[in-house]
Design a protein around this ligand. Structure first.
Ligand SMILES: [Zn+2]
Length: 320
C-alpha cells in the first residue's frame, strides 16, 4: 500500500494473470472508505485488502461505496463479496448494465455473442473454445453484485473534502470510467491510459455501433485537456507525462492502422487473416483473440474512412 495523498492510498493487489497485479485505490473520508476497483475475488486479494485496511485502522465493513472503472474481472471481481460484508453501494457506467445482466444466468447468451463475433471474423475453433473456457475461469474469480448507481455520463461528486469528476472514457471497453481529482491533479485512469502497453480495444457486442478506436482516441483528447500532475493507472507504475504518453499511443495506432490497410490491399481477408499478417501466426489462443479484437477495431475505422469495405460472404465477413 502506498500513500498517494492525504487519506488516499494505492493498493497493489496480486493477480495470477499475465499482468501480475492490479491497483485499487482507497480514499478515507468521514471515517468511511470509498474504494476504486476491487481486484479479483481470490483469498490472496481479500487478505491483502483486509491487511491494508487494518494498517490504517479500518476494516472491510468501513467500505461505504465502490466505484468501478469497467466491467472486467480484475477490476470488479471482489465487488460482490465486499458488498455482502459491508453493504457498500456500487457505482458504474450505465453502459455496464448489459454486462451486469449476464451475471444472472445470462452467461450463455453472452458467450453466444462472443462466439458469433469470433466465428464470422475467422478465429479458429480451437481459440473460440479456449475463450469459452476462459470465461468460466473468470467467473470463478468474480462475485455477483448489485449496482446501486449507474452513471449516465460525466458528473461531479464531492467525496469528503474532495471534488471528483467521473469521466466516461470509452475505448478499452465501452463502459470505461476514469476518476479525476482536479485540485491535486490526480487521475485514476483505470485501463484507459497505461504506462507500458496500449489497452486492448474491444467491440461492445451489445452495441454494434460502438467504434472502439474512434472513441478511445476521442477519450484521450478529452483527457489531454485536463491538468494532471500524476496518472495512476490500474496496471504499472504511476507517471507524470500524460501528454507524452497520449502522443505515443496516438502514433502507435496510426502505424497500426497503416499496417492494417497494407494487409487488406493484398486481397480480401477476414479480420483474423489480417491479424496474422500483423501479429504473426505463432500466437497462443488467447492472444489470437486479443489480436483479432485489436485488428477489428482498426478495420472498422478504415471502413468508416471509406478506404476499405466490409463484405459479407455467407456467415463470415471479409474486408477488401
Ligand atoms: Zn480491462
Amino acid at each position: 500500500m502506498e500513500k498517494i495523498a492525504a487519506n488516499f492510498y494505492m493498493l497493489t493487489l496480486p493477480m495470477p494473470f499475465r499482468l501480475g497485479h492490479v491497483h485499487a485505490f482507497l480514499l478515507v473520508h468521514d471515517g468511511r472508505i470509498t474504494l476504486f476497483d476491487t481486484g479479483l475475488n481470490t483469498p490472496e486479494t481479500f487478505l491483502h485488502l483486509s491487511d491494508s485496511l487494518r494498517l490504517i485502522g479500518k476494516d472491510i465493513r468501513d467500505i461505504e461505496r465502490i466505484l468501478i472503472t469497467h466491467y472486467h474481472i480484475d477490476h470488479c471481481g471482489m465487488a460482490g463479496r465486499l458488498q455482502d460484508l459491508s453493504g457498500a453501494t456500487i457505482h458504474m457506467s450505465m453502459r455496464s448494465r448489459p454486462f451486469i445482466m449476464t451475471q444472472n444466468g445470462e452467461e450463455r447468451a453472452f458467450l453466444d455473442r462472443i462466439e458469433f463475433f469470433c466465428r464470422r471474423h475467422g478465429l479458429p475453433e480451437k481459440a473460440i473454445a479456449f475463450i469459452g473456457g476462459l470465461l468460466g475461469t473468470f467467473k470463478k474469480a468474480g462475485s455477483s453484485f448489485i449496482v446501486t448507481h449507474f452513471y449516465e455520463g460525466g458528473t461531479k461528486e464531492i467525496i469528503g473534502k474532495r471534488e471528483m469528476l467521473v469521466l466516461p472514457t470509452p475505448g478499452h471497453t465501452h463502459d470505461h470510467l476514469s476518476f479525476y481529482f482536479p485540485r491535486e491533479g490526480i487521475l485514476l485512469s483505470g485501463d484507459h491510459v497505461l504506462p507500458e502497453i496500449t489497452p486492448n480495444l474491444s467491440p461492445n457486442l451489445f452495441a454494434p455501433d460502438f467504434r472502439p478506436l474512434q472513441s478511445f482516441l476521442a477519450s484521450l483528447s478529452r483527457m489531454e485537456a485536463l491538468s494532471v500532475a500524476t496518472v495512476y493507472p490500474a496496471h504499472g507504475r504511476p507517471f507524470a507525462d500524460l501528454k507524452g504518453r497520449i502522443a505515443a499511443i496516438r502514433s502507435h495506432h496510426d502505424a497500426r492502422k497503416n499496417l492494417t490497410l497494407t494487409s487488406v490491399k493484398e486481397g480480401p481477408k477476414t479480420a483474423f487473416a489480417v491479424s496474422r499478417d500483423i501479429f504473426g501466426s505463432e500466437l497462443n489462443e488467447f492472444d489470437q483473440f486479443l489480436a483479432l479484437n485489436e485488428t477489428y477495431v482498426h478495420l472498422v475505422e478504415l471502413v468508416y474512412e471509406g478506404l476499405i469495405r466490409e463484405d459479407r460472404s455467407g456467415d463470415s465477413i471479409v474486408y477488401a
